[in-house]
Design a protein around this ligand. Sequence first.
Ligand SMILES: NC(=O)C1=CN([C@@H]2O[C@H](COP(=O)(O)OP(=O)(O)OC[C@H]3O[C@@H](n4cnc5c(N)ncnc54)[C@H](OP(=O)(O)O)[C@@H]3O)[C@@H](O)[C@H]2O)C=CC1
Ligand SMILES: O=C(O)CCC(=O)C(=O)O
Ligand SMILES: [Mg+2]
Length: 735
Amino acid sequence: MTATDTPDIIYTVVDEAPELASASLLPIIQSFGKAAGVSVGTRDISLAARILAAFSDHLTDAQRQSDDLAELGALVKTPQANVIKLPNISASVPQLVAAIRELQGQGYALPDYPEAPATDAEKDARARYDAIKGSAVNPVLREGNSDRRAAAAVKKFAQANPHRMGAWSADSKTRVASMSGGDFRSNEVSATLDRDATAKIVLTTADGTEHVLKDGVSYPAGTVVDATYMSAAALDAFLESEIEKTKAEGTLFSLHMKATMMKVSDPIIFGHAVKTYLKPVFEAHGDQMAALGVDPNSGLGDLLARVKDAPEIVAAIDSCMADRPPMYMVDSDRGITNLHVPSDVIIDASMPALIRAGGKGWGPDGKEHDANCVIPDDSYAPVYDETIKYFKETGALDPATAGTVQNIGLMAQKAEEYGSHPTTFEIPAAGTVRMILDDGTVLHVHNVEAGDIWRSASARKAPIEDWVMLAIDRQKAEGCEAIFWLDETRAHDAELIKYVTPILQAQGVADKFRILAPREATRATLETIRAGKTSIAITGNVLRDYLTDLFPILELATSAKMLSIVKLMQGGGLFETGAGGSAPKHVQQLMAENHLRWDSLGEFCALGESFKFLADVTDNASARVLGEAVELATQGILDNGRSPGRKVGQPDNRDSHYWFARYWADALAAQTADAALAAHFAPIAQALAESEEKIIAELHAGRGQAVDLGGYYHGDAAKTAAVMRPSATLNAIIG
Ligand SMILES: NC(=O)C1=CN([C@@H]2O[C@H](COP(=O)(O)OP(=O)(O)OC[C@H]3O[C@@H](n4cnc5c(N)ncnc54)[C@H](OP(=O)(O)O)[C@@H]3O)[C@@H](O)[C@H]2O)C=CC1
Ligand SMILES: O=C(O)CCC(=O)C(=O)O
Ligand SMILES: [Mg+2]
């Protein structure tokens, strides 16, 4: 693709619920955009497309797929970028394997996912699959810092229509457990480089052998470079003790990790939890299980499938589980536990859901119970711990009166932990890890044991400075409380504070900001929003992720309704839709009963911003008219209660798109800034209004019945369109 082929706006093709929604919404957007001379094209970053692009050489000409992620990765580094990014699957190994199997079944000659690669071909396939695994998309596209908040109209709507909140009682036994030592938080060291440098990471084992874990990592001057490790022995002792305490406390055992984004460290920690929970089974049958290909990092689901024909192991598991505290369940009806799949329980979504429910999780008995929320590393766990303590003291937040928390997140150029996977290692043998600069300076040293998880994360100067300036702009726009969530006693944060304070002083705004450690910032922020006011949380990358689910889920019921703007460092714009994920449960519901409860409010918000951004950079006045009309349409959806319902029979995602098109056309027909557009949309608006009954009836035909999409990861476009665009009348009006 040459630059001239790039559409004005790129709308990403993704997976699961948002992709199903796109089948209905995108044709509307493309048709409306075309009328204003704005081209809206697509690039495919779905898991299936990324797999196919990585294995082009295994496919026929007709099957080959371009590497759209690579193209977008280059585009976001240019001022022309205008990308609407929907949530995509960040695949765990079980998801990746399922997607490969589906594609193979459709006739794509892909190699299997090699669990234990031996031959060169297997090693090559494994390396290609590993590059697709986990959060492999967002870090490539996020060449800017993050600005996430609820649009004023969305917040007002949530206050006027408060969602249900679980009650919190002072005697709730729900709590957060994290390590008091030996974790990433306590072992962290950090330094800011005063010049451009390259580094190597070397493990020297007890016998003096040097193993180069990584070479040639390059950093520009001013980069904050951290190193830390989690002790495997301390982790196991902690998990063992928490499993026992959970049993004594009579709560559910739950583990909350980010195995997708932290794709190297967190599946290993998850695996430790699986092994510790089933410790007697691994002690008695470990060798046999290894021979059956069991990898605890892949979860209990995979493990059970592998041992199903070994009755002695199955019996040992049953007896062990009976003796353990009950587990927090992902799906109690189907027996899916917290430890089944590493990507089923993702901390940013799972902790807020539990907190919103009054500290309750589902147990194996299908009932709600208090839970022990195990979050081994103590870097960010205090946020949840303090939130839970606060709600126990004060009762749940009232969404009718609560203020709002906005977020400015340091995210650009793979900032902090979320960029650390290429420099994360499970240590093979005891020794010393050194991070050595090109001039021989030893930047960081740690003594480690076999199995420890060592990692280095970094944050570059330009993104840090951009982040502080973005925070200053946002505070100026809002005039409200603004807090840097930084802990001066933590090594990395102390280095960041050395950037933040002088910039605030130089800009003359130091009195507008506070710097508080996450625990203190959590309490201060909760008190602020309890009083109905706004607070800006200025955070690093991980808290950006955690807080933009936590507060939206408390305030708005879902983070799908968030405005999520990434102001790219090179001048382009990336507009993320919402702050949540791809909602697999919604796909299951659509397939079973033809109801899609996905709310596209995040897409609507992103679309308005994208059109307005296009108008700003290209002087395309029609694009501004389109964007402003999108905002009115979004307002119309809210004012008239046109968002999807949760249950079959209620209006769903498709109904909301009809209303969105109608309100959008109404606004375009009514505006006077662009007479040609008004004239174009007047008959469309009229047709949409006149055919309302017919369109709604056509949209609802077949609701309640199972539908066939022709695949889960790689559905059939025609089948999906038949399901998602069932109204011939609407389709004809849209053209
Ligand atoms: N930006 C990105 O690309 C992101 C991708 N992900 C990926 O998404 C997948 C699922 O992640 P998960 O953590 O389960 O989180 P999700 O955000 O997909 O789902 C959590 C719950 O939030 C509710 N929800 C989310 N979006 C909407 C929406 N638009 N409308 C209505 N309700 C919504 C649903 O609640 P209910 O079921 O009650 O209706 C849903 O089950 C994973 O593969 C993950 O890696 C995750 C986060 C961000
Ligand atoms: O990229 C991912 O896997 C998740 C991203 C995410 O959760 C977020 O940005 O809020
Ligand atoms: Mg998130």
